[in-house]
Design a protein. Structure first.
Length: 123
């Protein structure tokens, strides 16, 4: 008998999208410092370094065609991301600038579309 729970398809979609976003950003010269960094409740999807700029990245993934305006994070999610980023910056003071990016991933079987918005999130 198999006692393992089936994986939540939304979590699988999200994890797949985060990996695609990470690979995409690395191909643009970014270096991944942390993936799914957590301190308490919630996590930051990706924390990257790009030419001495610390970049906090929120990844939004969908497996179907969804208008971008329907994919964005809620105000509550953005607020929580900023709180986590504050905790991260207290623990790891930045050496340069800090930026918040947003990456949209539409992941259909055999084909992914990625849209990267630098400075995509603001206070």
């Amino acid at each position: 008998m198999n006692d393992t729970k089936p994986k939540d398809p939304r979590k699988q979609t999200g994890a797949s999208g985060e990996q695609l976003a990470k690979t995409f950003l690395e191909s643009k010269g970014y270096r991944c410092l942390h993936q799914n960094w957590s301190m308490g409740r919630g996590d930051i999807d990706l924390i990257m370094d790009c030419e001495k700029t610390l970049v906090f990245v929120e990844v939004k993934t969908r497996s179907a065609l969804v208008p971008i305006e329907d994919m964005g994070p809620s105000k509550k999610q953005v607020s929580h991301l900023f709180e986590l980023a504050e905790r991260y910056l207290e623990k790891f003071p930045p050496q340069g600038e800090v930026r918040f990016d947003l990456v949209f991933v539409t992941n259909r079987i055999g084909r992914a579309e990625i849209l990267h918005l630098e400075h995509g999130l603001s206070c």
